[in-house]
Design a protein around this ligand. Structure first.
Ligand SMILES: [Ca+2]
Ligand SMILES: [Ca+2]
Length: 253
């Protein structure tokens, strides 16, 4: 009896030591709290030097992040109460911190922002997870958005997974987290040609681009990327061995 219990425990312990570990992949300025803006403040052309220093950020116009003609923009913004209830100082109304991204423009076109922080490389046996907080202004409409996880060492990269957030999915004057999950099984078909390529996060907005969808700027905040290490084949063998030990002891009981 004692032997049966100890053998079962050993099998369970072996299985447990193969359990997955979660890792956070740092994203530069992921909550857009720097540089600090006053209430209602946003980056302007005077801050271009800041944007040009942010090599991890790539705007659809080829500008680092800010287009001084305001046709398209991706600006760090400190909202006011008129944007979100409670977002004047002390900014209790936002999803994370005091600032986020106002992504929009004045032209009927879509725009994108890519983040290459660096975010590490695409590797097998990992379950990836990307989460972004999306806000809808109090008196506004949330444009159709797409979150994308891409592998590639240039802008032509390969789309691994994406999430479409339809027009006005987010409730008025509120925030909602949206998550893309790329499981190891979904990732495996990309491994032959794309393993080891850089990971890229893309934020895509259909600002004014879809007839009938009268959008305002998108408000984005708190970009989070992580992965869970899944067992590799060698570990899977150990896991199977552990399970087999448990099963064998149960059968012989
Ligand atoms: Ca923030
Ligand atoms: Ca504020």
């Amino acid at each position: 009896m004692l032997n049966r219990i100890s053998m079962t425990a050993a099998g369970l312990l072996l299985a447990m030591t193969c359990a997955a570990n979660a890792y956070v992949i740092p994203v530069d300025n992921h909550s857009f709290e720097a540089p600090v803006r006053s209430n209602g403040g946003y980056l302007s052309t005077a801050d271009e030097a800041f944007w040009f220093s942010q090599t991890a950020w790539h705007h659809s116009l080829g500008y680092p992040t800010y287009d001084n003609s305001s046709i398209q923009y991706f600006i760090i913004y400190n909202p006011v109460d008129g944007n979100f209830t409670g977002s004047d100082t002390p900014n209790t109304g936002l999803s994370d911190g005091s600032q986020g991204i106002d992504m929009g423009g004045s032209n009927p076109q879509s725009l994108w922002q890519k983040i290459t922080s660096p975010l590490g490389t695409l590797e097998p046996y990992r379950d990836y997870s990307l989460t972004v907080s999306i806000g809808r202004y109090a008196a506004g409409n949330q444009p159709r958005l797409e979150l994308r996880l891409i592998s590639g060492n240039d802008f032509t990269g390969t789309l691994l997974e994406q999430l479409v957030i339809p027009y006005n999915t987010v409730a008025n004057d509120s925030f909602q987290d949206f998550t893309i999950n790329l499981s190891r099984l979904e990732a495996l078909p990309f491994m032959g040609a794309h393993q080891g390529e850089s990971l890229v996060v893309e934020l895509y907005s259909y600002q004014f681009a879809i007839p009938g969808e009268i959008g305002n700027s998108a408000f984005l905040d708190n970009v989070r990327l992580s992965y869970v290490d899944a067992p590799e084949p060698a570990s899977l063998s150990l896991l199977a061995l552990g399970s087999a030990m448990v099963l064998r002891r149960r059968r012989s009981a």
